[in-house]
Design a protein around this ligand. Sequence first.
Ligand SMILES: NC(=O)c1ccc[n+]([C@@H]2O[C@H](COP(=O)([O-])OP(=O)(O)OC[C@H]3O[C@@H](n4cnc5c(N)ncnc54)[C@H](OP(=O)(O)O)[C@@H]3O)[C@@H](O)[C@H]2O)c1
Length: 184
Amino acid sequence: MSRDVQLYIAMSLDGYIATKDDNIDFLSQVEMENEDYGYADFTQQIDTVIWGRRTYDKVMTFDGEFLHTGRKVYVISRSRTGETEHVTYHPDVIELVRQLKSEAGKNIYCDGGAEIIFELLRHQLIDRIIVSIIPHLLGDGIPLFKAGFSEQKITLKRSITYPSGLVQLWYDVRKEDQPEAGEN
Ligand SMILES: NC(=O)c1ccc[n+]([C@@H]2O[C@H](COP(=O)([O-])OP(=O)(O)OC[C@H]3O[C@@H](n4cnc5c(N)ncnc54)[C@H](OP(=O)(O)O)[C@@H]3O)[C@@H](O)[C@H]2O)c1
């Protein structure tokens, strides 16, 4: 069984994951008691996490316990090497993902950011995209999808509308030999 690389990420309706100065306060407007938008179920299916170095630095500013204790966590960076208590730095996300996919294991969670997602999309290495659309217009910021990767066909698998106004879309990225929805 091969492992999938799955993106689980939130963006504003106009397509941004953060402001240019890394502010993600717009995400807090959908925080509700007893609602995790499927995150706990999602993380049951993964054993490996990939973060871009800038995303990692942001996550480490959050209060509380390390988010992914017990999982293998890689931080993609050209500027840092080695490992910390929680993470291993890796210079090449493509080489890393190809290696991970050749090994047995649960799915691989890519949390972003945009630079790492772009690299993975450029090499057609993302299998599932789960994107939560926050009912908010940021106006400017870091776009989830940087321009310049090649066209890829995707299939909508689920759409979930939550009372907060968040809409979550699940897409599978089709491989060359997979038919379109409705085709045999
Ligand atoms: N809305 C959400 O759900 C969500 C999710 C994730 C992140 N975010 C936000 O997104 C922002 C970060 O995203 P980002 O796109 O700016 O940065 P990023 O992708 O998280 O990290 C960029 C860093 O990754 C390394 N990198 C990028 N491409 C590489 C390559 N080809 N080879 C080796 N290393 C490479 C570099 O690290 P070095 O500089 O160390 O070499 C680069 O500075 C933060 O504000 C974060 O809070 C939001």
